[in-house]
Design a protein around this ligand. Structure first.
Ligand SMILES: [Zn+2]
Ligand SMILES: [Zn+2]
Ligand SMILES: [Zn+2]
Length: 105
């Protein structure tokens, strides 16, 4: 079984109460489908089904390997480097997110 060797990068153990959306999309007036948070720095980006794929772009820009889903009812994390999904039980909280602008358009 593949394992992740990047758990030491995790600095975000408490999820934010709420976020306004993908921070990069908000800057460029873009739209997103699902939200992901970087567990190293707290950057909020959008998933690969979003037009701008800002979560993946952030990984390429920063080498921050781990993201966690911010979607309600989802608690999985993903390591881009090891390409492995996992649940990290140390991460607490539930983030309120706005509805996807792609779905409410
Ligand atoms: Zn990893
Ligand atoms: Zn985005
Ligand atoms: Zn980051």
């Amino acid at each position: 079984m593949a394992t992740c060797t990047h758990l030491a990068q995790i600095a975000v153990l408490q999820l934010p109460e709420s976020v306004a959306g993908c921070e990069d999309c908000l800057r460029i007036d873009g739209v997103w489908l699902h939200l992901r948070i970087c567990l190293a720095c707290g950057h909020v980006g959008c998933c690969d089904n979003s037009p701008n794929r800002h979560a993946t772009a952030h990984y390429h820009d920063s080498d921050h390997a781990l993201i966690r889903s911010l979607e309600p009812e989802e608690e999985w994390s993903w390591c881009y480097v090891d390409e492995v999904a996992m649940v990290i039980p140390d991460i607490r909280g539930q983030t309120r997110i706005p509805p996807s602008p792609m779905l409410t358009g």
